[in-house]
Design a protein around this ligand. Structure first.
Ligand SMILES: [Fe+2]
Length: 295
C-alpha cells in the first residue's frame, strides 16, 4: 500500500468510543456539554456548533420511555449520510459477516437521508427488544456498558461535520446506527450485548472492568471471524468505516482467546494492528456467551 493510499484510509478512520477507563478518571455526568477541540472539523462552523448544542439539548431533556425527538439535520448532513453509505455499501458486501448483512436488509435504511433514532428504535425494538436512548455525548464507560444489561443502548444523535464525510474524531450517529443499531437487530448479537451489561454489573474492581472493556472492544467493536475461509467483520467499529474494513486485512490476526483479549492493550485513535479472529460466527457466539456467563 502506498503512503497516499494509507493516508486516505486513515482519513476514513473513525475514532470509536473509548470504552476503557483511565485509572484517574472521575465519574462523569451521563451527558457532557458539547465542547469541540480546536482541531475538530466543526470547530470553526458556528452553525454546526449551534446545531450540536440543540441536539445535545434534546438528549438532556429526554426521559426514558419517551419517543425520541427528531434531530434537525440539514441537507448537507443528509449528504454526509449518502456519501458514507456509498462507501460502505460495497465495503459491507465484501467484508461484513452474513449475520450483519441480514440485519442491514431488515432495517432497510433510506440511502439519501439520516434515519431518525425514533425510526431505527422502533424497528430494533420490534426485533430484539433493545431500546436506543439519546445521549448528548460520550458517556462514562461503566454507565454505557451497564445500560446494556437492561437492553438499553445509549446513542449519540449528532452527525460528523460535513467537511469530512468519511472521518469523525468521536462516535456519531453513523457509527451508532450503521454499527451498533444494525447489530442490535440480530437477536444473538443483542443477547451478547445484554450479557456484557450484566457482567459489568457483577464487576467491582477497576482492573476487572478494564479487562471486560477490552473484551468488548475486541469483540463487539472490532471482532472478526471467518466465513467459508474468508475474513469477515462483525465488530461495529469496523462495520461503520470503509477504511477500517479495508485495513482489517492487514492486521495481525490472533485466534479468538477472550482471556488474552482481556489483557491486550489498544489505541482507539489508530487502525487496530491486532484483531482476534473466530473460526465462525457460531464459535464466536458460543465462546463469548460462555465467557460472559462465567464472569
Ligand atoms: Fe461503538
Amino acid at each position: 500500500m502506498t503512503v497516499e493510499q494509507y493516508e486516505s484510509l486513515l482519513a476514513d478512520h473513525a475514532d470509536m468510543r473509548a470504552v476503557t477507563l483511565d485509572a484517574d478518571e472521575t465519574p462523569a455526568d451521563r451527558n457532557r456539554i458539547v465542547q469541540l477541540a480546536p482541531d475538530h472539523p466543526g470547530f470553526r462552523d458556528l452553525e454546526y456548533r449551534a446545531r450540536r448544542n440543540r441536539i445535545a439539548q434534546l438528549a438532556l431533556s429526554y426521559r426514558a420511555g419517551q419517543e425520541i425527538p427528531d434531530a434537525p439535520y440539514t441537507r448537507e448532513e443528509d449528504e454526509v449520510w449518502r456519501a458514507v453509505w456509498q462507501a460502505l455499501g460495497p465495503a459491507h458486501q465484501a467484508h461484513a459477516c452474513s449475520e450483519y448483512l441480514e440485519c442491514v436488509e431488515r432495517l432497510a435504511f433510506a440511502p439519501d437521508r439520516i434515519p431518525q433514532l425514533r425510526e431505527v428504535n422502533q424497528k430494533v425494538r420490534a426485533i430484539s427488544g433493545f431500546r436506543l436512548e439519546p445521549v448528548a455525548g460520550l458517556v462514562e464507560p461503566r454507565v454505557f456498558l451497564e445500560s446494556l444489561a437492561t437492553g438499553t443502548f445509549l446513542c449519540t444523535q449528532y452527525i460528523r461535520h460535513h467537511s469530512t464525510p468519511l472521518y469523525t474524531p468521536e462516535p456519531d450517529v453513523v457509527h451508532e446506527i450503521v454499527g451498533h443499531a444494525v447489530t442490535l437487530a440480530s437477536s444473538r448479537l443483542a443477547g451478547l450485548n445484554r450479557l456484557f451489561g450484566q457482567a459489568v454489573k457483577r464487576t467491582s474492581s477497576l482492573e476487572a472492568l478494564n479487562r471486560l472493556s477490552r473484551v468488548y472492544w475486541f469483540t463487539i467493536e472490532f471482532g472478526v471471524l471467518r466465513e467459508n475461509g474468508v475474513l469477515k467483520a462483525y465488530g461495529t467499529g469496523l462495520l461503520s468505516s470503509a477504511g477500517e474494513l479495508e485495513e482489517m486485512h492487514d492486521a495481525e490476526l490472533r485466534p479468538l482467546d477472550l482471556e488474552a483479549a482481556s489483557r491486550q492493550e489498544y489505541d482507539p485513535t489508530r487502525f487496530q494492528p491486532v484483531l482476534f479472529c473466530a473460526d465462525s460466527f457460531e464459535t464466536m457466539y458460543e465462546s463469548l456467551r460462555a465467557f460472559l456467563l462465567a464472569w
